[in-house]
Design a binder for this molecule. Structure first.
Ligand SMILES: [Zn+2]
Length: 256
């Protein structure tokens, strides 16, 4: 199985990354997409991915880092995407939940990355929080959209309508396993299985009922097990299908 969204270069893993990866492989989660979300840490992310077998890279500017976006960073991103073997842009998007930059700062960074992804024909992984209408407005006026992944999807019926009509992909993770996530699970049940990806967002968004609050990629299995019934399938079938989806979308091969 593949963890399509994780932050294994986070300092929470600095002391035991080898053990975390071994536990992941033992659970049959043997490939990972590391999300390089901060231009100041892209080099570090590239090195990290290069030194771990089965690790793939994305590069982007997270909405929290949007103030860093400029022509220089854009050029750097364009070059690194072509040189580093990165499989997607992201995570990028809009987030008005925290004290992030205002719309006027976040929107150009998101739009710029959307256009770069469309131009280079790579998927874009979206991070969206408390910004559904603004995000939909931006997507509605882009002439060409890249393939989109709604990482840890958390939206209303309206956003799900867009996901379905655009053929976008949806990342399902720990958030969907939580007791209070009934409304979210109702939306996710509408997603065709061939548009679903599994992800942990490690070290964040640990699934329900875990004592260790640090999330780990081995929990892709926990998520598949907890979610399969809501999608009218079995954990095994969900695993097989979501792995095939990730391979197709990101162009992953087996002997990386
Ligand atoms: Zn993330």
């Amino acid at each position: 199985m593949i963890d399509t969204h994780c932050h294994l270069d986070d300092r929470q893993f600095a002391h035991d990354i080898d053990a975390v990866l071994a536990a992941s492989v033992a659970a049959n989660v043997n490939r990972w997409l590391l999300i390089g979300y901060d231009p100041r840490r892209w080099d570090e992310a590239i090195t990290f991915v290069g030194s771990h077998r089965g690790m793939y890279l994305t590069l982007g500017v997270h909405p929290a880092e949007a103030p860093l976006w400029n022509a220089d960073v854009e050029m750097q991103l364009r070059n690194l995407l072509q040189e580093s073997g990165a499989v997607a842009i992201g995570e990028a998007g809009l987030d008005f939940y925290r004290d992030n930059a205002p719309y006027e700062v976040q929107a150009p960074a998101f739009r710029g990355q959307l256009r770069l992804a469309a131009e280079l024909d790579v998927p874009l992984i979206i991070h969206m929080r408390d910004a559904e209408d603004e995000l939909l407005d931006i997507l509605a006026v882009e002439p060409t959209l890249p393939s989109l992944v709604f990482h840890s999807f958390d939206g209303t019926e309206k956003l799900m309508d867009f996901v379905l009509s655009s053929g976008s992909y949806v990342g399902v993770g720990g958030l969907a396993t939580r007791q209070k996530s009934d409304g979210l699970r109702m939306q996710l049940a509408r997603v065709p299985l061939d548009r679903m990806l599994l992800e942990t967002d490690s070290p964040y968004l640990v699934p329900a009922r875990q004592k260790d609050r640090r999330n780990q990629p081995k929990h892709v299995v926990t998520i598949a097990t907890m979610m399969a019934e809501y999608f009218d399938t079995t954990p095994d079938a969900l695993a097989t299908q979501t792995t095939a989806n990730a391979e197709r979308l990101f162009g992953l091969n087996h002997d990386h």
